[in-house]
Design a protein around this ligand. Structure first.
Ligand SMILES: *[C@@H]1O[C@H](CO)[C@@H](O)[C@H](O)[C@H]1NC(C)=O
Ligand SMILES: *[C@@H]1O[C@H](CO)[C@@H](O)[C@H](O)[C@H]1NC(C)=O
Ligand SMILES: *[C@@H]1O[C@H](CO)[C@@H](O)[C@H](O)[C@H]1NC(C)=O
Ligand SMILES: *[C@@H]1O[C@H](CO)[C@@H](O)[C@H](O)[C@H]1NC(C)=O
Length: 400
């Protein structure tokens, strides 16, 4: 018998019986329970899960790591590729995966990471629970620029042609997900949630990546629903419901030297509810030089959003910047806001604060209808150092 037939007999007999093997399409199942996972929510099942991953990664069939229903405590784990097989490696999480609450069990700022995998599929309808509530009080990143980062729940590093779908992430200690150094990744049908006052619980952060599409997801956290960092190109975000949280943000950009450009972003058909920002671009003063260009934000609904449309080139949280500081050198150009409607809880519904060193170029506003829902007064626009034009409906009256 060929090795494949043997593993088929032992691992996926029912599938073989149904004749799928004849089509050479049998999945090889690597159930973590077969590798010793206890699923009692107390024993650390890290080793079993990693053993299952390693066996799957080494296989040359169609490997599928299965985390079945149940509660699996998994300590800090790094799933590493590349996996030599020709087929995508599927990780199907049906159960609930919970993180240790003791921070001393983490040696770096991630809980679960997948690195250097081509064709990863993470799916299954299960939940990753970062159990962050006991860690949040020790986060000092809102007051200190040089804070110690708490673990991000899911890091996807250097993935290619991969999919993350039908997964929930709740109560991360820090960010829920980071997609870094990756190419051609689709993330969809995700549910991400943490309380509105939980610090730095960003939903998805994208950095140094190309061809990333995030869609059909519901994200409500204590920080950005989605943030797009330096080195991100060809990013598409669509059909997202965001809130509570800080909105969908490009940035922050320019904090470090040698950051790479952010280009070709499209955000489409998203709804924001009860967020502090809607569509935001944020760059640091006294920054390095880089471009942020060719962004389109269209078909957007705002419900009770504090800053529905905001470009902030004086972004400086925790008041760490001197009052008279050099302007941002992030060059923002070709930014289009189209068909953005709804309600603003601040009067300045459109707030464009660009750099006096490099005014924003080619900012267009078309069909904007944002009403101020405060007690009295009407929505306004405010522009500094912006070149652009407006067309169609304009509520508030435009400043470009
Ligand atoms: C990865 O995906 C891209 C875009 O879908 C495709 O053009 C490319 O051929 C894929 N690469 C491999 C090795 O499958
Ligand atoms: C827009 O997004 C909503 C969910 O947020 C979805 O139900 C709807 O089908 C989307 N519309 C289009 C045209 O994609
Ligand atoms: C702008 O970005 C879109 C993707 O959102 C891309 O299709 C288009 O080619 C880009 N335009 C330019 C001029 O680079
Ligand atoms: C916004 O928050 C208020 C109070 O917290 C809540 O009553 C309302 O339903 C929320 N609105 C939306 C659109 O989620």
């Amino acid at each position: 018998m060929t090795p494949r037939a043997i593993s088929c007999l032992w691992v996926v007999l029912p599938i073989c019986i149904h004749g799928i093997l004849l089509a050479d399409a049998g999945n090889q199942i690597f159930n973590v329970k077969k590798f010793g996972a206890k699923a009692d929510g107390e024993t650390d099942d890290r080793k079993a899960v990693l053993d299952a991953w390693n066996a799957a990664c080494a296989s040359n069939g169609r490997p599928r790591v299965v985390i079945p229903p149940g509660t699996f405590l998994i300590g800090q784990t790094k799933f590493e590729g590349p996996c030599p097989g020709a087929y995508p490696i599927v990780v199907e999480v049906k159960g609930k995966v919970i993180a240790p609450t003791d921070l001393s069990q983490f040696s770096s700022d991630d809980w679960i990471s997948f690195s250097k995998v081509h064709g990863l599929v993470l799916t299954g309808g299960g939940v990753f629970d970062g159990r962050g509530s006991s860690a949040w009080p020790s986060n000092d990143c809102l007051t200190s620029a040089n804070c110690k980062l708490l673990p991000t729940s899911l890091k996807f590093n250097f993935l290619t042609n991969s999919t993350i779908r039908r997964i929930s992430s709740v109560d991360s200690k820090f960010f829920h997900m980071i997609i870094f150094g990756s190419e051609n990744v689709k993330a969809h049908d995700l549910r991400i949630s943490a309380p509105s006052d939980s610090p730095n619980t960003d939903g998805i952060h994208i950095g140094d990546s190309t061809g990333i599409a995030v869609s059909r997801s519901v994200i409500g956290t204590g920080d950005d629903c989605i943030s797009i960092g330096p080195g991100s190109n060809l990013i598409t975000i669509s059909n997202i419901i965001c809130g509570p949280g800080h909105g969908i943000s490009v940035g922050s950009l320019g904090k470090y030297r040698d950051e790479k450009d952010v280009t070709d972003l499209r955000v489409r058909n998203c709804t924001f509810r009860n967020t502090t920002n809607g569509l935001r671009i944020k760059t640091w003063p006294a920054s390095g030089v880089l471009h942020a260009k060719n962004f389109t934000f269209e078909d957007i609904i705002m419900k009770n959003v504090h800053n529905p449309i905001i470009i902030d080139q004086k972004y400086c949280p925790y008041d760490s910047c001197p009052t008279e500081e050099a302007p941002s050198k992030v060059k923002i150009s070709n930014v289009n806001f189209r068909n953005v409607k709804g309600t603003s809880t601040s009067q300045v519904a459109v707030n464009l604060i660009c750099s006096k060193a490099f005014p924003c170029e080619g900012v267009t506003l078309s069909d904007i209808d944002l009403k101020y829902n405060g007690e009295e007064g009407k929505a306004t626009s405010s522009c500094f150092n912006v070149n652009g034009f407006s067309s169609g409906t304009q509520v508030p009256p435009p400043c470009v």
